[in-house]
Structures are given as C-alpha cells and as structure tokens.
Design a protein around this ligand. Structure first.
Ligand code: CA
Length: 277
C-alpha cells in the first residue's frame, strides 16, 4: 500500500484554469493539464514580461532570479518545462541544467544574451533542449515552448507505436491487437496456469501510461531509473525506484508475450529501462 509519495499519475488529469479548458480543441490526454513553467531570469523587466505572457496563455508559472533558488523551486514543485537565462548571479546556467538533468527529463529552453556557438553547445551538451538568443520574439519563444512540451508529452506526429503484437495509440491512449484476426497466442507464451487472460486488450493505469510514454519517446535508448522516477513522481528519495519496478513488472505482464523474458520493455540492470521495437 502506498503512503507517500502521492502519485499524481493515478489521479484524473489535472484541470487547468477554466479559461484554458474553454479555449481551443479538446486537449490530448497528456496536455489537458495546465503546464507548469519555471522561469529563471535575473533581469526583472524580462522576468515580468515572460511571466505575464505565459500566465495570459494559461500556464502555471513559477519564477526564480538565481540558480540555487531555481533548483530549490524545481524540487519543491517540479516544472513541466524551464525557461532558463544562462547568465545568473550565483550559478552558471549550464550548472543549473546539469543539476536539474540529474533528476528531471523536463524540457529546458535556454534564454541567453550570449550568442557564441560554444555557449550554445555547452548548454545543449548539459541537457538543454532548445536555445533562444536575446532579444527574442515572444511569439517565437512561446511556439518553441509549445513544441518542447509536445515533444515531452509524446503527442508528436507519430502517435501510434508498435510494441510486439500491440499497437499503442499514444494520443487516444488505447492498446489494440495488431492482427485483429484473433489468431493463436504467439509461440513461446506459456499456457497460463491460472485464470486465462491473454487474448484481451490490456487496460493500462494512468501511471503505466505515463511510464510507457516516457519509454516510447526514446526508442532504443536507455532511460535511467532516476529520470523515470522524476517523470512519474517528481524528485523523490530512492525508495520510489521500487514503485518503478512494480509498475514496470505490471506493464510487462500486460504487454509482453513472456513477461519473464521481455523483448520490448527491457531492464538495464543498475541503470534503467529501454524500449526496443
Ligand atoms: Ca542574466
């Protein structure tokens, strides 16, 4: 039984401010909530302008004027994305990115007056997702932010993904059999000893969807356990990794032909997990 941490993934999708819900088409599952954006900028006028523009578009905005404050705030309320000035009074912005990246996979867009390519490369190498040079056009920044959030939510153009004999529709959040001919169970699958389950379409919990989405966003790549934990529950002590193992095991039971010998949802011992087509 779960005590702490609370699991936001198991709640119904968080509702954003009423205005955001009313505007635009029905959002996809992952985007229905109001995204939380952390703005890190020591220039008061720019910070204020960003804050006003993002709030006007329904984002849940937090701000910080220095690097350490930003990291504390990010831990306290994990953001869905960070807009980060590189030139901060205490830490260098790339340090902030590195530290944030040690536990979060949320997109980071760098805002910087430094235009040299080595600064950009440094920030991108540290884990930034995008880079805007000051002075920037507010609409362009907002478009980049939307793109980063879409990529992060996995609601990109490729919504359907193949996983073994299942087609995973990430937008509709459905799992369907690839061959709808209801053929025999694939070879290698042991006859179920207990109550039969196999031919049914699996039902995934919100947490399992979230976990699966993060893995599907990085086909073939290792996703560290700490990043997955951060994605699912925010920064949490190590004990969260056992929740992660629990949910991974459950996903495998539902999606793998042989959960004991997974072919698509792989464990990299001591490091993390990998989705393999
Ligand atoms: Ca600055």
């Amino acid at each position: 039984m779960r005590s702490t941490p609370p699991d936001p993934g198991d709640q119904a999708v968080r509702l954003g401010p009423a205005g955001r819900q009313a505007a635009g088409p029905p959002a996809r599952a992952g985007l229905a909530q109001s995204s939380r954006i952390l703005i890190v900028e020591d220039e008061p006028a720019l910070l204020r302008a960003l804050q006003i523009n993002l709030r006007a578009r329904g984002y849940d905005v937090a701000t910080a004027r220095a690097g350490r404050k930003a990291l504390t705030e990010a831990v306290r309320r994990p953001p869905d994305a960070i807009l980060l000035d590189l030139g901060l009074p205490d830490l260098d912005g790339t340090e902030v990115i590195r530290e944030f990246r040690s536990w979060s996979a949320a997109p980071v867009i760098v805002l910087s007056g430094r235009a040299s390519s080595s600064d950009k490369i440094g920030a991108l190498d540290a884990g930034a997702d995008d880079y805007v040079t000051k002075p920037f056009n507010m609409e362009e920044l907002l478009a980049r932010l939307r793109a980063a959030l879409r990529r992060d939510e996995g609601a990109g153009p490729i919504a359907a993904v193949i996983l073994g004999r299942w087609t995973i529709d990430r937008a509709a959040r459905t799992v369907t059999r690839r061959d709808d001919q209801a053929g025999p169970a694939p070879a290698g699958r042991a006859a179920p000893a207990g109550p039969a389950a196999p031919a049914q379409t699996p039902h995934l919990t919100p947490t399992e969807w979230r976990l699966l989405e993060v893995l599907l966003q990085h086909p073939g790549q290792l996703v560290s356990a700490s990043r997955l934990v951060a994605k699912l529950w925010g920064p949490q002590p190590e004990r969260s990794t056992h929740y992660l193992r629990f949910h991974m095991a459950s996903l495998r039971r539902k999606l793998e032909d042989d959960p004991a010998r997974p072919r698509h949802l792989l464990t990299e011992p001591g490091m993390g997990y990998r989705y393999q087509r």
